[in-house]
Design a protein around this ligand. Structure first.
Ligand code: NAD
Length: 382
C-alpha cells in the first residue's frame, strides 16, 4: 500500500510508458482512492481492460503491473478480433479491507473523465457488486450481471472457445478435428474446465482429470458413465505425467515450466488458464519437444468476446457465433508458425500485430464521424 508522502520521483514514468498512449494517476482524498489507469493502444478502438485491486507495496509496483497488463490487453483484443484496444486499471488497496462503494464511484468518475477512451469491469480483487456501484457514474462498464444489462456468465463462451482451440489443435495434429476417441488431460474442473470436460464427453472423448474439489470430480465421473467414456481421476501433481492426446490447463497460470514440460507426454496443449507459459522461452521448449501449443490468450478469448459484444446489446447466440472464430485464428497461428519457422506464441503475437496494422489503414482518411468532439461547428450545424 502506498503511504502518504511516498514519492515516485525515482521512477521515470515516461521511460516506463514504452509505447503506451496515456497513463492516468487517480487520487481522491475524500474516498481514499488511489488508482492508475493505463491506456496502451487505441488503434482498433477504445481501450478495454479489467480493474484489479491489490495491496501493492509501492506505486512503482502498481505502475509496472498496470503497464504490463494493459499491453497484454491490446494483444488479447486483437486476437479476439473485437473493436477495442488495450487498457487496464489498478486500485491500490487490500480488497478484503479497503473497499467502499464510494471508492468505486470515485474510480468510475475518473473513467468517465476519459470520455469513452477506456472501458472496464471486474478483475482480480474486484467483483460485480463493486461495478454495480461504479456504473452509477459512467456507462463505460462492461461484464455486468444480466439484470444490469450485462452478458452474464462469461465462462460459457470461454469454454466454447477452448473446445474450438482443442479442435483446431486436433486438426493440425491428426488431420481430423473431432474430439471423439481421443484422450484429454483436463486440469481444473471449475467454471470453464467442467464445461469443457462435459463437452468432450458429449462428443465421445475420454478424460484424465484433476481438481482439488471432490464434488466436481464425482460429477464428471458420473457424466463419463452416462456418455460411455472413460474418466480417470489423478492427483494434482500427476496430471503432467499422463498419457493423453491434449493437455487442457483450466486451473491456474505458470503450468508450462521446466519441470512440467519435461514430464508432459501429450501431443498438444489448449486450455483456458491465463499465462500458461512460466516464461516466454517455454514456448520454444515445447516446440523442441514436438508439443503443439495453442496460445492461451487466443484460446480463452470467449469471455472477452462476450464482454466486448455488450456494447451492441446482449445476444448470446451472436457471442457464440463470434467465439467460433477462435478455431480459424488458432489454425492461422499454427500455419504461420510453420511458415515462418517460429513458435506458436510468436506467431500469435504477429497475428495480433497484423490486425492492429490493418486497423491503421482503416483510419487513413478523414470522415465526418471522426470529426473531433471539440469542433463546435458540428453542434451548430447539427
Ligand atoms: P475457477 O476458479 O472456477 O476454476 C478453477 C478450478 O481449478 C477450480 O475447480 C479449482 O478447484 C481448480 N484447482 C485449483 N487448484 C488446483 C490444483 N492444484 N490442481 C487441480 N485443480 C485445481 O476458474 P475458471 O473461471 O474456471 O477459470 C479457469 C482458468 O481460466 C483461470 O486461470 C482463469 O484465469 C482462466 N480464464 C477464465 C475465464 C472465464 O471466463 N472464467 C476467461 C479467461 C481465462
Amino acid at each position: 500500500m502506498v503511504t502518504a508522502g511516498q514519492s515516485i520521483e525515482r521512477v521515470s514514468v515516461i521511460d516506463k510508458m514504452e509505447e503506451h498512449e496515456q497513463i492516468v494517476f487517480c487520487n481522491d482524498k475524500a474516498t481514499g482512492l488511489q488508482a492508475i489507469i493505463a491506456i496502451h493502444d487505441t488503434t482498433r478502438g477504445p481501450a478495454l481492460g479489467g480493474c484489479r485491486m491489490a495491496p501493492y507495496k509501492s506505486m512503482d509496483e502498481a505502475l509496472t503491473d498496470v503497464l504490463r497488463l494493459s499491453k497484454g490487453m491490446t494483444y488479447k483484443c486483437a486476437a479476439a478480433d473485437v473493436d477495442f484496444g488495450g487498457g487496464k486499471a489498478v486500485i491500490i488497496g487490500d480488497p478484503q479491507k479497503d473497499k467502499t462503494p464510494e471508492k468505486f464511484r470515485a474510480f468510475a468518475q475518473f473513467v468517465e473523465s476519459l470520455n469513452g477512451r477506456f472501458y472496464t469491469g471486474t478483475d482480480m480483487g474486484t467483483t460485480l457488486a463493486d461495478f454495480v456501484h461504479a456504473m452509477k457514474e459512467t456507462n463505460c462498464i462492461v461484464g455486468l450481471p444480466v439484470e444490469y444489462g450485462g452478458g452474464g456468465d462469461s465462462s460459457i463462451p470461454t469454454a466454447l472457445g477452448v473446445v474450438y482451440g482443442v479442435k483446431a489443435t486436433n486438426q493440425i495434429l491428426f488431420g481430423d478435428d473431432r474430439l471423439e476417441g481421443k484422450t484429454y488431460a483436463v486440469q481444473g474442473l471449475g467454471k470453464v474446465g467442467f464445461k469443457v470436460a462435459e463437452h468432450i464427453l458429449r462428443e465421445g472423448g475420454h478424460l484424465v482429470v484433476t481438481d482439488i474439489n471432490d464434488k466436481a470430480l464425482e460429477e464428471i465421473q458420473a457424466l463419463g458413465k452416462k456418455h460411455g467414456s472413460s474418466v480417470k481421476v489423478v492427483a494434482s501433481d500427476a496430471i503432467y505425467q499422463q498419457e493423453a492426446d491434449i493437455f487442457v490447463p483450466c486451473a491456474f497460470g505458470g503450468v508450462l515450466n521446466d519441470e512440467t514440460i519435461a514430464e508432459l507426454k501429450v501431443k498438444g496443449i489448449a486450455g483456458s488458464a491465463n499465462n500458461q507459459l512460466a516464461e516466454d522461452h517455454h514456448s520454444r521448449l515445447l516446440q523442441e519437444k514436438g508439443i503443439l501449443y495453442a496460445p492461451d490468450y487466443i484460446v480463452n478469448g470467449g469471455g472477452l468476446i462476450q464482454v466486448a459484444d455488450e456494447l451492441y446489446g446482449t445476444n448470446p447466440e451472436r457471442v457464440l457465433a463470434k467465439t467460433r472464430n477462435i478455431y480459424a485464428s488458432i489454425l492461422e497461428v499454427f500455419q504461420q508458425a510453420e511458415l515462418d519457422q517460429i513458435t506458436t506464441a510468436e506467431a500469435a503475437n504477429r497475428l495480433c500485430e497484423k490486425r492492429i496494422e490493418a486497423a491503421k489503414n482503416l483510419n487513413h482518411f478523414f470522415s465526418h464521424s471522426r470529426r473531433p468532439k471539440w469542433d463546435v461547428r458540428k453542434s451548430i450545424n447539427a
